[in-house]
Design a protein around this ligand. Structure first.
Ligand code: F6R
Length: 235
């Protein structure tokens, strides 16, 4: 595992955006595993600027996102599909149809989980998976639990995640209590993993990287992957 500590969060985002750009330049049909949340927004802004400047071309790229809330359709402003359209997809030359997220309104979530896992598999899994981390150590929506879930699956969100994510909703009661997420196995099949965390996540990042590997700290499983880079910052 490689750890990069930068001087500021903006610098961390610049490092990650450069890494994504370098991958797409060297492999124009790269498969990018993407995340939502506050963490990656500045990275997406930098990728948009690079795309506008003609430094990176997304026309042959496919993206696979980690997760989606259950019960929210793509045109709901709180859905992760909407988030991705707003913060990245609609602003770069990614073809419609090349961006993939689980469908949060599928009638049968178990079937949707199987469909999404099969889709990610058919794309050959991510060349690069971008990850944020929850204060409880979650990656994707793999919450602390008794065993590492392998494949895409529906999940009940923990109270701490609901509280953390309520900042983006009018009321905490509006936060969906279920989501559908790539499993730990799906994430580990990415060829390269970039975990980015701001200074506020220092404690959980340290616990995940240096503590015991346990599903009670889901990100600790990253210690088992052979190509993980963690990007954090001093401030
Ligand atoms: C989002 C996701 C989550 C977030 C995590 C951190 O797709 O998979 O694991 O990365 O909750 O969220 P922020 O970045 O908002 O602190």
């Amino acid at each position: 595992m490689k750890v990069i500590v930068t001087g500021s969060y903006d610098e961390s985002c610049a490092v990650v955006a450069e890494m994504i750009k370098d991958l797409v330049v060297s492999k124009p049909n790269a498969k990018l595993g993407l995340a939502t949340g506050g963490t990656p927004v500045p990275i997406y802004k930098k990728l948009i600027a690079m795309n506008e400047a003609g430094e990176v071309d997304f026309s042959a790229v496919h993206t696979v996102n980690l997760d989606e809330y259950c019960g929210l359709s793509g045109d709901n402003p709180q859905s992760y599909r909407y988030f991705m359209e707003k913060h990245l997809f609609s602003q770069v030359n990614l073809p419609q149809g090349s961006t993939h997220l689980p469908n949060g309104t599928a009638p049968d979530m178990e079937a949707e989980a199987r469909r999404y896992e099969a889709l990610v598999e058919s794309l050959g899994y991510a060349d690069l998976q971008l990850l944020g981390i929850g204060h409880n150590g979650h990656i994707g929506f793999n919450e602390p639990c008794e065993s590492f879930p392998a494949a895409v699956h529906p999940v009940e969100l923990t109270e701490s995640t609901i509280q953390a994510n309520s900042r983006l909703f009018d009321r905490v009661e509006d936060v969906p209590t279920r989501a559908i997420t790539m499993g730990i196995g799906t994430i580990l099949k990415a060829r390269r993993i970039l975990l980015i965390a701001g200074a506020d996540k220092r404690e959980i990042v340290e616990k995940a990287l240096t503590g015991p590997i346990t599903p009670w700290v889901p990100a600790s499983v990253l210690q088992l992957h052979r190509d993980v880079t963690v990007i954090t910052c001093g401030e």
